[in-house]
Design a binder for this molecule. Structure first.
Ligand code: GDP
Ligand code: IMO
Ligand code: MG
Length: 424
């Protein structure tokens, strides 16, 4: 048995949460493999909307198990808030035995967040535009071999280990200026640790491989998007983990040969939140229209997302890096009513025309070369059958498939679970 991977091909917020929820009935286990509460994965069904940050998006399915993998970084306070919110709405994945957590996943401390904020403030105009959730500093402690892991919470000297790390953070923070009081956050952290300890801890590498051995179906849920990958994204304006399919191997403990389908998800246009290059960005009325119609405001931070046309060189790059076998296009409904839509097929870069992602698109601008495509007027949100898809939308999909050389298997026409079509 192989493990399928679902991940974003752009700069995040492609609709991963919604599509994992839709595909979930086909799987026995949904496993988040990287990132942390910088993610905001939105799901809608029965007129209810849920935003998940750490918990996998399979939680609303009756049968699937959910795993927070070793590659994820966990803020216990946010995890507790997520679980409390779910409980208020009648879902209790811990009591229902539908959630397990990797012992080897790293913990985000209150001081990691202070370090994130201090670093961002210090960088001024050059800041990454991070979500301020402490993601970067936590992964730095992981690779610096200082981090605290979920399994450590069970040790009698957990407090000592915590204090040791906090002392290190204090010394770094003192270089930035006065250290803000974080005693309330610290109390909330230790309260949340108690809840975290009630979630069964597993070795994700054995847990996932046992599922595969038993012939069960596993879906790895990515966070962020390929263009935010620490190695291959628009560095340094990226997140601190591998958001690509390789990250599923290290973030769960599965061998590359066990990766099956790689489901690449993208918006019919493109968005980005935070700083950094975005060649197809529309800083005009059209961008504003995409933002308003697409409700492009961050699920985690509420920040307005930057909007632009689809960027095919960036997507081809993402498809290559991930080995994408099938595509999902979301938010096609947002493009209804545009007379003409555009797709970037190449860039003007350093005096040349190129159709690939160059080393640096920050210092040297990649100017998009756009192809015009006739738009469609029809409202798509009520469409449930492939035969109802407007011809011009079908042409857009065919155009994309020709450029990307991977079939679009699913089409999403609204935020609700039901607003999803299988194309092939
Ligand atoms: P994720 O981080 O990839 O899970 O995506 P987010 O949840 O951050 O952002 C996607 C947003 O688009 C959410 O508000 C979803 O409810 C919404 N959404 C998902 N698919 C569609 C779609 O096909 N059409 C529309 N209009 N909204 C969608
Ligand atoms: P989901 O899973 C969109 C962006 C931040 C910032 C950069 C680094 O919902 O798609 P970080 O806090 O990770 O150090 O921030 O990455 N970013 C996201 N953008 N969706 C996300 O997650 C993101 N997670 C991080 O805005 O530019
Ligand atoms: Mg999101």
């Amino acid at each position: 048995m192989t493990i399928d991977v679902l991940l974003g091909l752009q700069w995040g917020d492609e609709g991963k949460g919604k599509i994992v929820d839709v595909l979930c009935p086909q799987y026995d286990l949904i496993a988040r493999f990287q990132g942390g509460p910088n993610a905001g994965h939105t799901l809608e069904f029965n007129n209810q909307k849920y935003v998940l940050n750490t918990i996998p998006s399979g939680i609303f399915n009756d049968n699937a198990m959910n795993l927070i993998g070793n590659g994820v970084v966990i803020d216990p306070i946010i995890l507790k808030r997520e679980l409390d919110n779910l409980k208020k709405n009648g879902f209790d994945p811990v009591a229902q035995k539908k959630l397990v957590i990797a012992r080897k996943a790293h913990l985000i401390l209150p001081t990691h967040q202070l370090l994130d904020a201090a670093s961002e403030t210090n960088m001024g105009a050059d800041k990454i535009g991070s979500t301020l959730k402490g993601i970067g500093p936590t992964y730095m402690d992981k690779t610096g071999r200082n981090g605290l892991r979920v399994g450590d919470t069970m040790l009698t000297d957990f407090r000592d280990r915590y204090n040791k790390l906090v002392n290190k953070h204090r010394s770094i923070l003192s270089h930035y200026g006065e250290i803000p009081d974080f005693s309330e956050k610290e109390a909330a952290f230790f309260e949340a640790i108690e809840l975290l300890k009630s979630i069964p801890q597993v070795d994700s590498e054995h847990f996932v491989n046992q599922y595969l051995k038993e012939g069960k179906k596993v879906l790895a849920e990515g966070a962020q998007g390929t263009m935010l990958d620490i190695d291959f994204g628009s560095y340094p304006f990226v997140t601190s983990s591998n958001t690509t399919s390789a990250g599923a191997c290290t973030g769960l403990g599965v061998a590359p040969k066990n990766i099956g389908n790689v489901i690449g998800i993208f918006k019919a246009y493109c968005t980005r939140v935070g700083s950094g290059p975005f060649p197809t960005e529309l800083e005009n009325e059209t961008g504003e229209q995409l933002r308003q119609v697409g409700r492009e405001f961050g699920a985690t931070t509420g920040r307005p997302r930057r909007c632009g046309w689809i960027d095919l060189p960036a997507m081809k790059y993402a498809i290559m890096l991930n080995g994408v076998t099938e595509l999902v296009m979301t938010k096609a409904d947002v493009l209804s009513g545009f007379d003409t839509i555009y797709a970037c097929t190449s860039y003007k870069y350093n005096g040349d025309i190129i159709d690939y992602m160059p080393y640096d698109i920050h210092a040297v601008t990649a100017e998009p070369i756009l192809e015009a495509i006739p738009g469609w007027a029809e409202d798509l949100t009520g469409i449930r059958k492939v035969s109802e898809i407007p011809a011009k939308l079908s042409s857009y999909i065919t155009f994309l498939e020709k450029h990307l050389e991977v079939p679009v298997k699913y089409l999403s026409v609204g935020p609700d679970r039901e607003q999803t079509l299988i194309l092939s």
